[in-house]
Design a protein around this ligand. Sequence first.
Ligand code: SAM
Length: 235
Amino acid sequence: MTYQFETIGIVRSCFSEKFAIPRQPSLAPAAKGVVELIAPYNRPEAVAGLEGVSHLWLLFVFHAATSGPAHLRVRPPRLGGNQRVGVFASRSTHRPNPIGQSVVRLDGMEPGRLLISSIDLLDGTPILDIKPYVPYADSLPLARNSLADAAPTLLRVDWLPESLQQARDQAVRLRQPVVELIEQCLAQDPKPAYQRPTEERRYGVRFWDLNVCWHYPQPDRICVISVEEQPPATH
Ligand code: SAM
């Protein structure tokens, strides 16, 4: 059977590309975004009552996931990329229907817009539905998952004096917690788990309109080299 769904909103996010997005929500509280609701869901009636709600479930489309034949087993990055598990035992973006779900913080509301944080969503992500988080039903202290039993171990993130100043300047310009965003996302170690970084190798990612460049002086340490504004290319 086939069902059709309608996009009810679009996420505007600090994450301009997939690389370095945390693998789950709540891992980077400084990761902020906005759900721009689409008519008629941008009317106040649709969000009435959310004033008393701290967190939301977002159901969304992995619109930037590469499509291909449906696989029954996937290799989650969390397991080092070399162990396969059933697709339904993973949160992989490659699934029979490319639907994701994330619990995010609701920081505020403006007409037609929900201000959110602690997100793991790419800019432009289409939202299919929004539901309030219900603590008594959704928080299960006895729940277990032996494949992902704890949050990933964090790497230490250091700065050069110049890169820290650049990040602070950009935080003022963007009015965003840029230093915290970079530290929280890079501490998750964005590079593929199987890669052994050399000290010379440079890595980069785009958050907001910023190019962030770093390297690994040691395998378990990151040093941020630069944080520079890069306006989108004009054609
Ligand atoms: N919390 C969601 C879930 O469990 O369904 C997403 C988990 S998925 C492992 C998280 C990754 O999805 C992020 O690290 C990012 O690379 C990727 N991602 C986020 N938004 C996406 C989008 N719109 N299209 C494709 N990939 C996306």
